[in-house]
Each structure stands twice: as C-alpha cells, then as structure tokens.
Design a protein around this ligand. Sequence first.
Ligand code: ZN
Length: 315
Amino acid sequence: MSELPDRLSLREVGPRDGLQNEAPVPTDGKVALIEALGRTGVRRIEAVSFVHPRAIPAMADADAVWSGVHRAPGVRYSALVANLRGAERALAAGFTEIETVVSASATHNRANVNRSTEQSLDEIAEIIDRAHRQGVTCQVVVATAWGCPYEGDLAVERVLGVARRAVADGADALSYGDTTGMATPTRVTRLVGETRSAMPGTPLNLHFHNTRGTGLANVLAALQLGVTDFDASVGGLGGCPYAPGASGNIATEELVHMVEDMGVSTGVDLEAMIEVAAQAERLVAHTLPSQVLRAGPRWRTVPTPGSTTPPDVIG
Ligand code: ZN
C-alpha cells in the first residue's frame, strides 16, 4: 500500500447534512449535539445551513441554533449556504467560513434549486465575492460528483468544468460530494487524479455517503493519493433523499476507528465520539447505521466465559 498521510482533517457534518435528512428535532437538541461534538477533538464542524425554510424545514432554526452554541476553542465552525441570501444570513451570524453548493448534474441542479448549473455558478461568483469582502472563506461543493440519481454516471470532464469555473471565480477550496453514494475507489482515484492535474494547489475536501457501502473504501483510495480533508457524520446520521431508508454520510467514528489504527491521526477521541453517536441516536429516536456504535472499538472486550456459561455456538 502506498504511504498514507500521517494526519487528516475531519469535518463533522452531522448537525447539517445529517439532521437535514432527518425529521426536524428540537433546537436545544441540535445545540447540545454541536457542543458535544466540540468536546470530541474534531476540529471542523459544519454547524447549520442557511436555506429557505420551505425547502428544508429541518434547518429553519439555523440562527437560533448557532446563537445558542457555546463554541469550543480550537474548533472551526462553518455554515452551508444555498444562495446569496443564505450567504448574507451566514455572514450576519458571524461565520468566518462558508460552503456553497452546485450540482455537477444539470438535472439534479435544476431539481434542487430550479436553475441551470451556469446560473448557479454565476450566483456562486457573487457569494464568493461577498464573502471575501468580509474576510470570510468560501468552499464550493460540487454535488453529484460521482453520479446523479437522475442522469446516472457523470463524465469526469463535466465535474472538472464546474470545479474549474468555481476556482476561477475565487473559491478558496473545493469539496466533491458523492451525494447519493455512487463512488467506488477506482472512480475516486480517477476524479481526484484529474482534479490534481487540472487544478494543482487547490485544497480538495471529499464528502462520501455510504449509501452503497463503499464509503470507507473511497476514503482509503483518496488517502492513498494524499487527500487529507474529509467530511463525516456522527453515527452515520442522515440519509439519502432519493433512496428512503438508505444509509447517510460515512460515520465519523467508523472513519476514526479505521484510520487511527492505520497510523493516520484525526485528533478525535474515539470513545467520546461513540458517546456522541449514542446521543445523536437518542435525538433522532431511531437506530443509526454506524457499525462502530453497535460493536464498539476493536479493543473493547467482552467478559471471558466462565464454567457456568453455555458453550458458544460455533458458526
Ligand atoms: Zn451529503
């Protein structure tokens, strides 16, 4: 295996991407979740999104959530914004980092925001400009980078075209979103490789969903190329709007559990993150998909069977 980076930078997106795909939960529960995440050692948290409440009712209380959060020292908080109005709300709320999003798929972009990709990119240029004038950084998320629920696979050139335009307009960083979990390691290697060649020096964050069980394999493929910025969601909170009942983002504690054993430091206290995953599960009142939440870390043992214990069934 090629050499892995010795550390990675996780962005916890459970409070945003996770809760956005869940039934609305009380504001104080969101605040408590964000504060608990701030005590796990994770250094980046996407806290809220500023979108129209009619589009995403679960994020209607973004301002109240953010003003309720006691911020942890050393943690960078960010907000996702859907448009210029959202960017203005995020700036007014005091965020110093924002993410905005465009879909590489024309059909998905139209379904999401009722605009062409070009129109969205025009507005993103304005958002970047608006953010920069206030000393705020703006990352552009290219959604459906590995495929679209309507169009299927997308040409790499299509994704690169959207990314290039965002970078030309001043994006501080890119993030590729595998919105519906269509990526596989081979596809990750190809898109990351071509992006590096086309836009060397542009920071690249990756956002995988585990919809089809390939999330951690995709992370490993990207780590082998030296990518160090990843999104993950505590407990695997969230879901897929196009596949009811499917898994959401890759689970933060699963990612931490795997990479730390491979010598890649995350700064996250795994036991603490597992406790927050249990808290997230109570908040949404249903079972979350995280396997590490169920099984515990690999060093967690069970009591040695005594003589009175019935023999294990071998199988
Ligand atoms: Zn997502």
